[in-house]
Design a protein around this ligand. Structure first.
Ligand SMILES: NC(=O)c1ccc[n+]([C@@H]2O[C@H](COP(=O)([O-])OP(=O)(O)OC[C@H]3O[C@@H](n4cnc5c(N)ncnc54)[C@H](O)[C@@H]3O)[C@@H](O)[C@H]2O)c1
Ligand SMILES: [Zn+2]
Length: 362
């Protein structure tokens, strides 16, 4: 079992990584002293798969347990389900000391995190991510959000969890598509910060796609450490350091909202986004062709998408220009300059962005 601590003064918390680490959730919550009544937010699929493991550990430690279900899709990250959860929690909460456990992927983590941040101006939350993407990215760092029709993640808060429990055994039941979507974020970490990880992904892709335990442990630990260290120096994305985690996300988010959240998974959308950002960097002579090709090859190796339909370009451009990451509507991009290094550059011309998206369309 590994314990990686995110150092944020009074908001510091542990990330516990291991096979079956979720069996220790009851003891951990007791030690953290975060309340007596556990409210588990999950969906019906994950309830069947993993809830017994969690509840037996909580019961052994004398917690009361209430399980609340949300639909299994991005639809759950909405104001409707957010308020409906709050209503249910408030009915259950009479004379209790509630805390939330988010058992699920990024959708449940983001939604439950936002609920925890606003209910009674904040109650404790423990994140138990069950997807690859959740374990290496979304459950760590305290970004919580729900979507509006106009754009993804438009309403949210920075709200750190009290702990993150990464149980690598959960990954065994993940469909291949979800494994690949998480791997898109892993590729992102390699490009922005970790050359060694990038080449590990390149040289071990067969093992990784089969979820070889040592390989998975290596990847997850490496990504968690990178994210933890970034959060520690720029928790609220004020210093332009956390911004680098958005590599591939500017175009990626625009693809997700233009195509509907169900057509592309998050990781699939950012794969195309990473290619577009690399193309912009290459056109600005900031990234060597050789490195651009390596990035493209790695994305192809993991059979992640590399193109979108031409007919979507206008829609993607429209939602991109509304992006909250743009400062005073000046397009700002995270651009790779070599494998393992990126910079943040503003004032990228709209023409250049359109050209890059066009290159990766069919
Ligand atoms: N907060 C952040 O910093 C951050 C970062 C990246 C992404 N996100 C958000 O995360 C969301 C995407 O998250 P995701 O990719 O985890 O998708 P998801 O939460 O929708 O989960 C994907 C699917 O896998 C299923 N699933 C989950 N765990 C499983 C398991 N162990 N076995 C079998 N099936 C399982 C889920 O029920 C779901 O159908 C997006 O909304 C995105 O905006 C947030
Ligand atoms: Zn992401």
């Amino acid at each position: 079992m590994k314990n990686i601590r995110v150092h944020l003064k009074e908001r510091s918390y542990p990330i516990i990584i291991g096979n079956n680490s979720s069996l220790g959730i009851g003891a951990l919550c007791r030690k953290l002293n975060i309340g007596k009544d556990a409210i588990i937010i999950t969906n019906s699929l994950l309830k069947k798969k993993f809830l017994p493991k969690i509840t037996s550990s909580l019961k052994q430690n004398n917690f009361s347990i209430k399980t609340l279900l949300v639909p299994d899709s991005e639809k759950a990250k909405s104001s409707h389900y957010c308020l409906s959860l709050i209503e249910k929690i408030s009915r259950y909460d009479k004379k209790k000391q509630p805390f939330i456990i988010a058992l699920g992927g990024g959708v449940i983590g983001d939604l439950a995190g936002f609920v925890a941040s606003i209910y009674k101006r904040g109650i404790p939350i423990v994140q138990v991510p069950t997807t690859f993407l959740g374990q290496i990215d979304s459950a760590i760092g305290g970004k919580t959000a729900i979507d509006l029709a106009i754009a993804k993640n438009l309403v949210g808060a920075f709200y750190q969890p009290k702990a993150v429990i990464v149980d690598l055994n959960f990954l065994k039941t993940l469909p291949q598509r979800q494994i690949r979507t998480g791997l898109a974020e892993v590729i992102k970490y390699g490009i922005i910060k970790d050359k060694k990880l990038f080449y590990f992904l390149k040289n071990n892709y067969k093992k990784i796609l089969k979820l070889n335990p040592q390989a998975v442990n290596f990847i997850v630990t490496r990504c968690v450490k990178i994210k933890a260290r970034i959060i520690e120096v720029d928790e609220r994305e004020k210093k332009g350091i956390r911004t680098i985690l958005n590599f591939g996300h500017t175009v990626g988010h625009a693809i997700e909202s233009a195509c509907g959240y169900n057509k592309f998974t998050h990781g699939e959308a950012i794969s195309v986004g990473m290619l577009c950002a690399s193309e912009i960097a290459a056109n600005l002579n900031m990234l060597k062709k050789k490195d651009q090709n390596q990035i493209q090859k790695l994305i192809e190796l993991y059979k992640l998408p590399t193109t979108i339909r031409k007919t979507l370009i206008n829609k993607i451009m429209n939602s991109l220009l509304r992006d909250k990451k743009f400062i005073k509507s000046k397009p700002r991009f995270v651009l790779p300059v070599s494998i393992g290094k990126v910079i943040v550059k503003s004032d990228i011309s709209v023409q250049l962005i359109r050209g890059a998206i066009k290159k990766y369309s069919y």
